[in-house]
Design a protein around this ligand. Sequence first.
Ligand code: NAG
Ligand code: NAG
Ligand code: NAG
Ligand code: NAG
Ligand code: NAG
Ligand code: NAG
Ligand code: NAG
Ligand code: NAG
Ligand code: NAG
Length: 683
Amino acid sequence: MKNSNSFSSILFCLFSSFLFPFISSTTPSWPPMNSRHAVSTAATPPPPLQLHIIDQHVVMDNGIIKVNLSNPKGMVNGIEYGGIENLLSTDNDEDDRGYWDIVWNLEGSSGTKGILDRLETTDFKVIVENEEQIELSFSRTYNNSSTGGKLIPLNIDKRFVMLRNSSGFYTYAIYEHLKEWPAFNLDNTRIAFKPRKDKFHYMAVADKRQRLMPLPDDRKPPRGQALAYPEAVLLVDPIEPQFKGEVDDKYQYGCESKDSRVHGWISTDPPIGLWQISPTEEFRSGGPLKQFLTSHVGPTTLTVFHSTHYAGEDMVIKFGDNEPWKKVFGPIFIHLNSLPEGEDPLRLWQNAKEQMMAEVQSWPYGFIASEDFPKSDQRGTVSGRFLIRERYVSDESVPASGAYVGLALPGGLGSWQNESKGYQFWTRADQNGSFSLNNVRSGNYSLYGWVPNFIGNYQYSAFIVVTPGSDINVGELVFEPPRDGPTLWEIGIPDRTAAEFYIPDPNPKYINKLYVNHSDRFRQYGLWERYAELYPNEDLVYTVGLSDYKKDWFFAQVTRKIGDNKYAGTTWKIKFQLDSPDTHGTYRLRLALATAHAAELQVRLNDAQALPPLFTTGLIGKDNTVARHGIHGLYRLYTVDIPGGELVVGNNTILLTQASSNSPFVGIMYDYIRLEGPLTSKM
Ligand SMILES: *[C@@H]1O[C@H](CO)[C@@H](O)[C@H](O)[C@H]1NC(C)=O
Ligand SMILES: *[C@@H]1O[C@H](CO)[C@@H](O)[C@H](O)[C@H]1NC(C)=O
Ligand SMILES: *[C@@H]1O[C@H](CO)[C@@H](O)[C@H](O)[C@H]1NC(C)=O
Ligand SMILES: *[C@@H]1O[C@H](CO)[C@@H](O)[C@H](O)[C@H]1NC(C)=O
Ligand SMILES: *[C@@H]1O[C@H](CO)[C@@H](O)[C@H](O)[C@H]1NC(C)=O
Ligand SMILES: *[C@@H]1O[C@H](CO)[C@@H](O)[C@H](O)[C@H]1NC(C)=O
Ligand SMILES: *[C@@H]1O[C@H](CO)[C@@H](O)[C@H](O)[C@H]1NC(C)=O
Ligand SMILES: *[C@@H]1O[C@H](CO)[C@@H](O)[C@H](O)[C@H]1NC(C)=O
Ligand SMILES: *[C@@H]1O[C@H](CO)[C@@H](O)[C@H](O)[C@H]1NC(C)=O
């Protein structure tokens, strides 16, 4: 049995849409800045930067915005912009408005919950100060003889950068673990901002994912009522009656890394936007499909660099003893924008997307002071052509059009999806299979790939060593996806998600109006309960040739409630006919999973009672995708050998038992299932 991790996204984004996910050519041009807000016009040059260090605070001021940081803790406690003295919540104390944080744990600990550290720093230094640029450093040094294991064994350096005539500021952080320091686990790290709740009511995370949001007060009892998965709250008595009866949950606004370059909040009165812009995914964990939180009720806006969401414990970064490590997270850009009163505030989203494009185009930034952040001329390029050859389909290699190709630290097949210590660089191949990875940091990488519509993972046999200025052409790479015979039947599309399967309407009691009639209908709350309603007496039966996976294959194989806090596993059947099985051949069942949570998938053939089963995955996954309204987590691919002698003439049944039953949230989502015959077989 093989078990490899692999991926594929079939939602054929145009190739350019991976890099520039939001931009349409019809984007309206931006109106001139409101004179009330603008300091700069073509006639008067923008004022030089000013830095004020007053007692326990440091203020960077470029005439457009003023950023107020606590000294030496390095917390952002004020952003003055657009005539408003502070866009951040002054209801929160100073350390709770804009901050970097880490969740970590001691070596050997299990789970994904740990010790929260807001990274209060002890040293403040001005790195750059001139008329064009300010760069500040807030740092702390780990002292292994004084901390007694209470602090995370990392040196922390939080940087804040402001440029002249820029409507925002940059931030990045450098984390460093020295060889002789203790081992530890890193669960999560991010930067969070808490805009003020009396102003910021409209949230945008994508063109089709934006809405007016409830208030944080609406989530607290008795206005809000926590649901079965407590982050989800039913708004029973919200302050604004329009939200009454809706569900709110931050996980409904999560995004894949590749689609999460800009998100944030809009104030309509006055029209002001506050945005997080990540020009690249290179410093984020887990590659382009890793899902992260974005913005949510609070109001809160996050850039999450590393988390275990939709992946679980396999995603925790484990540092051993004697393991030196250093990583730069960011820079990201905090962008502010505004419009004259009376203009449509939603145009601020258009401008935020344009600003995101501008940041992408100037990546890697040339103005960052730290030597740990390599500039463009210190980086390299890796290019080549990616082809695919699928035996039993064609003898020819064809361009792997739309393939995802990436560089990540060396590991096993598909290891990049839970790799977090290094940097990752991804792109998509063009129609001819050609790809070019630009601005790659120096380092020793493996080259990985996967192709929408095909199962499995590709990994190039050689390591790729990038040095400053290197231009490496790897030539033609040929990926042979797993296949040992012709397709007898298949269910779904190999795209690493369950999106093509049947996704029910939500219970009318648990609606988020944003996702009604929406392409992401899977983001509604409570869909797991709909399985038992649709299949009250008997589990799902799929008949090859008659059933349609879009209608007849429920998107998640979840448990069935059988009493108070009691759940049962389920057994799904796939019925198919074979006229003359090849009794000497080996048939292969390919099971590609889009996610798993505390699940055990057992496979049987024709005999529901067979013990042991023909195959079991054992207990797999802590992705928590069902509870968090996702459509995929980590990708897992299994191959089950079926001896031809066990197949019968006529009707056969494959029984798929999800045996684990301790909660409503355990289960799996399939990506794709295929039965391959031996070379000579016929249906
Ligand atoms: C910076 O913020 C602190 C705390 O909110 C405040 O006391 C101080 O006046 C601010 N400084 C400036 C120059 O705005
Ligand atoms: C602390 O670090 C020093 C070197 O910096 C090392 O020699 C020593 O073993 C460390 N002590 C502990 C308790 O880890
Ligand atoms: C580390 O802590 C020890 C014990 O408190 C102290 O003696 C030493 O000076 C500290 N080292 C540094 C570099 O701060
Ligand atoms: C200042 O920024 C504005 C808006 O981005 C731009 O139109 C203007 O040309 C800039 N001015 C200077 C002197 O760079
Ligand atoms: C990724 O998860 C697998 C288990 O699924 C684990 O064996 C591996 O060590 C993890 N990789 C990293 C880099 O943490
Ligand atoms: C496709 O790639 C091949 C090999 O590099 C090249 O010869 C050919 O011209 C390319 N075709 C197009 C349309 O770019
Ligand atoms: C690159 O990494 C691999 C795997 O760790 C290692 O075997 C190889 O020697 C490394 N190559 C270089 C040049 O460091
Ligand atoms: C959903 O869309 C259908 C057809 O596009 C429309 O008839 C229906 O009213 C919509 N439902 C809601 C709740 O918007
Ligand atoms: C085989 O299955 C088909 C479809 O479920 C059914 O119509 C047929 O009667 C079955 N044949 C036998 C021999 O059981």
